[in-house]
Design a protein around this ligand. Sequence first.
Ligand SMILES: Cc1cc2nc3c(=O)[nH]c(=O)nc-3n(C[C@H](O)[C@H](O)[C@H](O)COP(=O)(O)OP(=O)(O)OC[C@H]3O[C@@H](n4cnc5c(N)ncnc54)[C@H](O)[C@@H]3O)c2cc1C
Ligand SMILES: NC(=O)c1ccc[n+]([C@@H]2O[C@H](COP(=O)([O-])OP(=O)(O)OC[C@H]3O[C@@H](n4cnc5c(N)ncnc54)[C@H](OP(=O)(O)O)[C@@H]3O)[C@@H](O)[C@H]2O)c1
Length: 257
Amino acid sequence: MSDETYNARVVSRRDVHDSLMILRVGREHGDVPAFEPGQFSNLGLFEDGEDPRLLRRAFSIASPASARDHFEFYVQRVDHGAFTTRLWSLKPGDALWLDPLVYGHFTLADVPPQSDVLFVATGSGVGPFISMLREYHGKGRWKTAAVIHSARARPDLGYDEELTALASSSANFRYVPTLTRESEDSGWSGLRVRVQKLFEPELFRETFGRELTPENAKVFICGNPEMIVQLSAHLAECGFRPHRRKTPGHIHTERYW
Ligand SMILES: Cc1cc2nc3c(=O)[nH]c(=O)nc-3n(C[C@H](O)[C@H](O)[C@H](O)COP(=O)(O)OP(=O)(O)OC[C@H]3O[C@@H](n4cnc5c(N)ncnc54)[C@H](O)[C@@H]3O)c2cc1C
Ligand SMILES: NC(=O)c1ccc[n+]([C@@H]2O[C@H](COP(=O)([O-])OP(=O)(O)OC[C@H]3O[C@@H](n4cnc5c(N)ncnc54)[C@H](OP(=O)(O)O)[C@@H]3O)[C@@H](O)[C@H]2O)c1
C-alpha cells in the first residue's frame, strides 16, 4: 500500500463546542502504533483538485499507550486553517491518513519517579498530559503531579470533568484551570491569570502550598509558542534550565506552531 493512501477511519468525534473536538481515529487494519505518552503522530487529508496533495498536520496523542484500537486527539479548529477546517467535515466512519509512525521526545522518559511534575498547557496543548495521566496515574510514576490548563473560557476546558474527577479522588494530583477571557459575571471562582503569573512566588505558594525550585520540580510546557518562550524565560530566572538528553534540565517543551 502506498504511504499516501487513506489507511484509517474516524472512530468517533465529540464536539466540545463548535471549534474544539475530541477525535478518535483507528487504523483500517490492525492496531495503532505503540507510543510513549507525550508523543505525537500526523493526520492527513487530500486537498481538492486534479492532482491533490496530502495535507498533513501533527497532533499529540491524548489516549493512553494501553489503548491500541484508536488514537485520541484533542483538536482546536483554527480560523481559516488549511487542515482543521477540512477535518471538521469528517464524521464517524470517514477515511483519512494516519502516519504509521509516532514522534517526539516530550515524554517522561528522563524523569525520575520521585519527581514533582508540573504539566502546563494552553488551549489544545493539554492533550499529551491527558495521555500521561491516563497511562501513569496511580502507578507511582511521580511523587506529585499537577495540570495547569489555561484556556479562554469555561467551554474551552474540554477535559475539565475528567481532570476534576481525578483530582478529587487522589492526594497527589492537582488540577488548576485558569480562564483568561471568562466573563466577570459567570460565577467562575477559579484563577483568571496567564500561566506566567501563576509561577510568581506568592501565587505559586498560595496555589500549591510550597515553593517552586528546580530541585523539586520538572516542568512540562505545551501549546502556544509565545507562552512557552515567556514562561521558560521566567523559569530561567528561577534557575530552571531546558532539558536535553545530553544536558539534563528541568523544562520540557512542545510548541504547537
Ligand atoms: C508536535 C505538534 C503537536 C501538535 N498537537 C496538536 C494537538 O494535539 N491539537 C491541536 O489542535 N493542534 C496540534 N498541533 C498543531 C497542528 O499541527 C496544526 O498546526 C493545527 O491543527 C493548525 O493546522 P491548520 O492547517 O488548520 O492551520 P494552518 O493553516 O496551518 O495555520 C496555522 C496557524 O494556526 C494557529 N494554530 C496552530 N495550531 C493551533 C492550536 N492547536 N491552537 C490554536 N492555534 C493554533 C497558529 O497561529 C498557526 O500559525 C500540533 C503541532 C505540533 C508541531
Ligand atoms: N477559544 C475560542 O473561543 C476561539 C474563538 C475564536 C477563534 N478561535 C480560534 O482558535 C485559535 C486559538 O484559540 P485557543 O483559545 O485555543 O488558543 P490561544 O489563543 O493560544 O489561548 C489559549 C490560552 O493561552 C493563553 N495565552 C495565549 N498567549 C499566551 C502567552 N503569550 N502567554 C501566556 N498565555 C497565553 C490565552 O490567554 P489570553 O486569553 O490572555 O490570550 C488562553 O488562556 C485562534 O487562533 C482562533 O483561530 C478560538
